[in-house]
Design a protein around this ligand. Structure first.
Ligand SMILES: Cc1ncc(COP(=O)(O)O)c(C=O)c1O
Length: 358
């Protein structure tokens, strides 16, 4: 039986598999910052609540200016979305009846948002290093290429030099590059493509506030691009698309330098510890640059059994049956608090001892 798709919806997977949900369930398939939203969010919540009696700013202020300032870019080159997801939804129509390149395995929303627009999709499969020559060959014939950097679900970070090379080549062939930097906050702004946007009007950078700041419930994302693309994205968005609480909290989140530094260090520490643990048990681990990682069991034919037995113990991993190129042999695990990572390792150890030791 195929495993159900369950991005951030643990209930669904228990229900579909007919497994009784234990009292305590930890959802390692989620990959927002385990440190939780910055403390000011709770402290000032009653102030934010007062914002609901008025319509929000239609352009997403105060967040629009805060995001532009944070990246040293003009507000004219910035557009605010109800999550990065809304930006992708708006962008897709640009490519109606055209040709797009997707590098799988990757975030499913690129394909999902293109689906209604009769877009011909050329798929490239790369679980690790991206085959640059193949990408350049395809870019020549496409109107857009989507690149997730770092990639979800693998955590792979295409080197900046390679992205520049792709952007240059794409510009020559009038191909746009949609660069999804939703998880780049967990690395370093020095790794971002944003400073190169002036040189590359064919590149659109999409960012999300929901991962680093652990605020997926209030929806906030943005795109940075040339003015005409920004206007085009905005033209397909509803008026008042972003709410006042999200844009006010988002603007303040961008001032949280210490919080970001702590989150980056924590994600790195957890990912290194988890990698060490998995390697000790002869699992294959893909090198990740962000706050989740992908691993495979030494015997991948036992993946389903392993996944289900962890569900029974209340540990929900992200299976990869619906990710092209990973085909269920891999698992994605989001980094959580120390005690939760220890709990996962304890449950996994129990399974490994019982099933992997000869
Ligand atoms: C790679 C990637 N980009 C974008 C998004 C969407 O982010 P948002 O919550 O801002 O809509 C996600 C959400 O899972 C994601 O994994």
């Amino acid at each position: 039986m195929a495993l159900p798709n369950h991005g951030a919806n643990a209930h669904h997977v228990y229900e579909r598999l007919g497994i009784e949900m234990p009292e305590t369930v930890i959802d390692y398939s989620e990959n927002v910052n385990p440190l939780g939203a910055p403390t000011f969010v709770n402290e000032k919540w009653s102030t934010y609540a007062q914002l609901i009696t008025k319509y929000p700013n239609p352009q997403g202020e105060p967040f629009l200016s805060a995001a532009a300032k944070y990246h040293g870019i003009s507000v004219e080159n910035t557009v605010v979305g109800n999550g990065a997801a809304e930006i992708f939804a708006s962008l897709a129509k640009r490519y109606e009846n055209k040709r797009a390149v997707l590098i799988h395995p990757t975030f499913s929303e690129y394909e999902a948002t293109l689906a209604p627009y009769n877009v011909y999709i050329k798929e490239i499969i790369a679980t690790g290093k991206v085959p640059l020559d193949e990408v350049l060959d395809e870019v020549e014939f496409a109107e857009v290429i989507y690149i997730c950097r770092p990639n979800n679900p693998t955590g792979y970070l295409i080197p900046l030099e390679e992205i520049i090379q792709i952007a240059k080549y794409a510009m020559r062939y009038k191909c746009e590059v949609i660069l999804d930097e939703a998880f780049l906050d967990f690395i370093d702004e020095k790794e971002s493509f944003i400073p190169y946007l002036k040189e590359f009007p064919n590149v659109i950078v999409v960012r999300s506030m929901t991962k680093m700041y652990a605020i997926p419930g209030i929806r906030l994302g943005y795109a940075l691009a040339n003015k005409s693309v920004v206007n085009d994205i905005r033209s397909r968005m509803p008026h008042w698309n972003s709410n006042a609480i999200a844009t006010t909290i988002g603007a303040e989140c961008l001032l949280e330098e210490d919080y970001r530094t702590r989150a980056i260090a924590f994600a790195k520490e957890m990912r290194e510890q988890m990698t060490e643990f998995l390697v000790k048990w002869n699992c294959i681990v893909l090198p990740s640059a962000t706050n989740f990682l992908c691993f495979q069991l030494p015997d991948s034919s036992r993946s389903k059994e392993f996944f289900v037995s962890l569900l029974v113990k209340g540990c929900v991993l992200r299976h990869t049956e619906n990710f092209k190129g990973l085909d269920g042999k891999w698992f994605r695990v989001g980094m959580k608090e120390i005690s939760q990572m220890e709990h996962l390792q304890k449950e996994m150890t129990a399974w490994f001892v019982e099933n992997l030791s000869s």
